[in-house]
Design a protein around this ligand. Structure first.
Ligand code: EPU
Length: 427
């Protein structure tokens, strides 16, 4: 387990200094929140998988460690292709040290129960967003015949063969929908998930499972029907582009000004984001497999509120708030998905942002410039938000715990430098 320690102990800071307007091209990488689930889905069938457009981020490395701990081989093939080889034997276990570092590890629960009939997965604890239970995952799997017990912090699940059934989710949880898709695909009979999450990453997972031989209809809508099959096969698949990266680079553009071409974008996943940024004053136009965007001057004050897809993603909010800090008036931001996702506000306040937290709302009085300061990245998107804010700050901003940013963004500092931002890494 030396490799785990290497990843976890990696400490770095980003130093951001003011620069001119941004310009150039950014190639958007594959979606973190899709690829992690596709990797988990490789548990479902033996054979050799090839995933393309896989970002080089530390969460992918964590998921590789988890698969390898279960006896599944992985290796980078070339730049962005990850090969996964699942043999006959799998150890159905996700240990605490990996689950604790990456909650997405619980995505192996459904595939393990469906293909091996048992799973021992450390129970994820609370995190920076609040308590984050997985009760809906467990209830859904129980309705399909799985039995769970919790001992010493580990959920032990058994399921001789899962049986399809009707499941109504209390809330369209992304993780629960994904676990149920991966369980239902090998279950006996039909599983119907009502009030399913509709995120593009769900549709990507369903496309992957269908390519493997699954029979899933309706992914991307609120009702998903899964007709279980007896066997699946390993396949090749290209991961969809990361919507949150697009929101991050566009917010950076909104703060620094300039003109960017984003390549490898699915514009159809970004409707509401593009509309909001347009209302703030940014010019954005779709191009073949990408979009062009231009920004000049301070953004107009526009309110934003997160909701499950097709609502505005909770993962966009920190970078949008960083942009709202510079509005020419007062704007509101509302977080409806996670109860405790405002820890970065205190860091923005250290830079002079004028933000008041009122329950799950933020009231943001825009200022012309922030003031560079030492700040700390508390999670992936919060870290990205600090970089975005620092582009509009006088002096130097030193962002510690930058490893959080590396969990979800490939080479963030180098890609920011390539478009003219002054972002340096100090290890
Ligand atoms: N929830 C429950 N019980 C459950 C499951 C969820 O109460 O059994 C609650 C959560 O506590 C939360 C809400 O439901 O309040 C939404 O949670 P959801 O299950 O939809 O989110 P998730 O699967 O845990 C994924 C992404 C998050 C992203 C959310 C929402 C991955 C690995 N993570 O989390 O991404 O914010 O969906 O879109 O896919 C990130 O990338 O930085 C990130 C946090």
């Amino acid at each position: 387990m030396r490799a785990v320690a290497d990843i976890l102990e990696h400490v770095s800071r980003l130093i951001v200094r003011p620069s001119g307007p941004l310009s150039g091209e950014v190639v958007i990488r594959g979606a973190k929140n899709s690829v992690l689930k596709l990797m988990a889905a490789c548990v479902l069938a033996t054979g050799r998988y090839v995933l393309r457009n896989v970002p080089h981020i530390s969460d992918v490395e964590h998921m590789r460690l988890l698969l390898e701990a279960m006896g599944i081989q992985t290796r980078w093939r070339d730049d962005d292709a990850l090969e996964v080889v699942r043999g006959d034997e799998v150890t159905p276990e996700a240990p605490y040290e990996l689950v604790e570092r990456m909650r997405a590890s619980s995505a192996v629960l459904g595939p393990l129960l469906a293909s091996v009939g048992e799973a021992r997965v450390a129970m994820p604890g609370g995190d920076d967003f609040g308590s984050r239970p997985i009760d809906m995952h467990l209830q859904g799997l129980e309705a399909m015949g799985a039995r769970f017990s919790l001992a010493h912090g580990v959920i032990e699940g058994v399921a001789p063969r899962l049986k399809g059934t009707e499941i109504v989710l209390e809330y369209p949880s992304v993780g629960a929908t994904e676990n149920l898709l991966m369980a239902g695909v090998l279950a006996e009979g039909r599983t119907t998930v009502h009030n399913a999450a509709r995120e593009p990453e769900i549709a990507d997972l369903a496309a992957f499972l269908n390519r493997m031989g699954g029979r899933i209809l309706g992914a991307g809508s609120s009702v998903i029907t899964i007709d279980g099959v007896d066997e699946l096969r390993a396949v090749e698949h290209r991961v969809i582009p990361d919507r949150v990266e697009v929101a991050t680079f566009l917010s950076a553009l909104g703060v620094a000004g300039g003109e960017l071409d984003l390549r490898g974008v699915r514009v159809d996943h970004l409707d509401l984001l593009i509309e909001k940024l347009g209302r703030m004053g940014m010019r954005i136009s779709p191009e073949a497999e990408g979009l062009w965007a231009m920004s000049k001057g301070r953004p107009r004050p526009v309110d934003v509120a997160t909701l499950p897809y097709p609502g505005l993603a909770t993962d966009y909010l920190p970078v949008l708030v960083a942009l709202q800090c510079f509005s020419t008036g007062t704007s509101y931001a509302t977080e409806n998905v996670f109860s405790g996702r405002f820890r970065y506000i205190g860091e923005l306040a250290r830079m002079g942002a004028r933000i008041r937290v009122e329950d799950h709302h933020l009231v943001i009085d825009g200022v012309e410039r922030l003031s560079g300061a030492p700040v700390r990245a508390v999670d992936i998107r919060a870290g990205a938000a600090l970089v975005v804010a620092a582009l509009g700050a006088d002096g130097e901003t030193v962002i510690s715990d930058a490893h959080h940013i590396d969990r979800g963004y490939e080479d963030f500092d180098a890609r920011m430098r390539a478009i003219g931002a002054d972002v340096q890494r100090v290890d």
